[in-house]
Ligand binder design. Structure first.
Ligand code: SF4
Length: 416
């Protein structure tokens, strides 16, 4: 507690709240919840956070804080920012330990039935905020567990499953009905849902790894990063060299997981510079500390092998400021190609919606995600969407924000 006290006392309780207003995707009331901890009122701190989030223990641990709240903290201008993530997790964990419930604000909307498709951060958050308002909510989940990428996309060393399960239990305790092993496009249809529910929220994610389109990508030994984390069907990495392509947290999680599974050497290959990496600085540093090598400003030309991956042809890049671009773009340096020996290649470049999305009869945007307007409504006004499937920014906090905001819009749609 002494350590926590020191951390909360370091906060200036700035009236303009840049940490909340500019930094936090969920606009959590950071100075106020920190002030409540200062006053030794953790219950109040939890209630303040619960106004905007139900994932305190999760976001407190895995958000890219330096790119969000802590990156906007006034204390960070001249020194270290306030440890906002750690304090948020402290409050969330304290609430779990002390069985604090998420409070309901209305119980008179029970006659309105809402179906949520997908039990990841967006679906869970939307469920919680609709249940708080008293609606009847049924969540359809393709697996026999909830959490989505919180469970299968983020390794245990970054986010303990026990914390995820206890966080989900709080949402279940609000009265959430869950239908497990139900997959849209497989054993449930959008038509059935629209016939039986007053509104639908689609939040089933986008988990198919984007292809690079380079020669050799079809060879044995090339894996999609998302699928590898989701299905855990890893090969034996003993004495093997592995290349992970990409610069986000999925790339870091893949590289660190593979190294822990015993790979001899893991290289992350990224075509831009280190400071342009979307992954959180801490994740990059942890990966380095664990012995993972980084090849910055390197691009893949092709994957070489007879039946399986044997080598990678890389080319060096330089960063060039081009007209109309807001940041320097990588350009291949002619004749800088070279080969490295490699046994496995993991593509961790981003993700796409599953193919059945095309058959839902909803308008898609130019990237293949479900089109939504400013009210999170799809081309069918009864159907809303959020999180990765609607192309929202792909961090847990941004997915949660879309779930929470969609819940508000669904409530307005149903009861005004
Ligand atoms: Fe506290 Fe930093 Fe937010 Fe100011 S910006 S209120 S110091 S956390």
């Amino acid at each position: 507690m002494e350590e926590i006290k020191e951390k909360v006392n370091y906060c200036l309780n700035c009236p303009v709240k840049p940490c909340s207003n500019k930094g936090c995707p969920l606009n959590n009331n950071i100075p106020e919840f920190i002030k409540a901890i200062k006053e030794d009122n953790i219950k109040k701190a939890y209630e303040i956070l619960s106004e905007t989030t139900v994932l305190e223990s999760v976001c407190g641990r895995i958000c890219p804080h330096m790119k969000q709240c802590e990156g906007s903290c006034v204390r960070g201008i001249k020194g270290k920012p306030v440890s906002i993530g750690e304090l948020e997790a402290y409050v969330g964990d304290y609430a779990i330990k002390n069985n604090y419930e998420i409070s309901k604000v209305n119980t008179e909307n029970k006659d309105k039935k809402i179906a949520i498709v997908g039990g990841g951060p967006a679906g869970l958050t939307a469920s919680a905020f609709l249940l708080k308002k008293g609606f009847s909510v049924t969540l359809f989940e393709k697996y026999n567990y909830l959490g989505g990428l919180l469970v299968h996309g983020i390794p245990e060393f970054r986010l303990p499953k026990d914390i995820v399960n206890k966080t989900i239990q709080k949402i279940l305790d609000l009265g959430l009905e869950v239908k497990y092993n139900c997959e849209l496009g497989n054993n449930i249809s959008l038509k059935d849902l629209t016939n039986n529910y007053d509104a639908i929220f689609l939040a089933y994610g986008a988990n198919i790894t984007t292809k690079m389109g380079v020669e050799g990508e079809e060879l044995k030994g090339v894996y999609g990063g998302n699928q590898l984390l989701e299905y855990k069907n890893h090969p034996d990495y003993t004495n093997k060299k592995v290349a992970v392509i990409g610069g986000g947290n999925v790339a870091m999680d893949c590289a660190r997981t593979i190294k822990k599974l015993g790979a001899e050497e893991v290289k992350i290959i990224y075509r831009r510079a280190e400071e342009q990496m979307p992954a959180e600085t801490k994740e990059i540093q942890d990966a380095k500390n664990e012995g993972i090598k980084f090849l910055f400003q390197n691009n893949i030309v092709k994957i070489i092998g007879k039946n399986k991956v044997e080598k990678l042809e890389l080319i060096k890049t330089e960063l060039v400021q081009k007209e109309g671009e807001n940041r320097k773009v990588p350009v291949n340096i002619e004749n800088s190609n070279y080969l490295i020996d490699i046994d496995y290649v993991i593509m961790a470049l981003g993700s796409m919606p599953e193919s059945f999305t095309i058959d839902l009869g909803l308008t898609l945007n130019k990237y293949g995600y479900i089109y939504i307007d400013e009210n999170y409504q799809t081309s069918n006004k009864k159907i809303f969407a959020g999180g990765d499937i609607a192309g929202c920014k792909s961090t847990v906090a941004w997915a949660a924000r879309s779930g929470r905001n969609a819940a508000t819009k669904i409530s307005e749609f149903l009861v005004g």
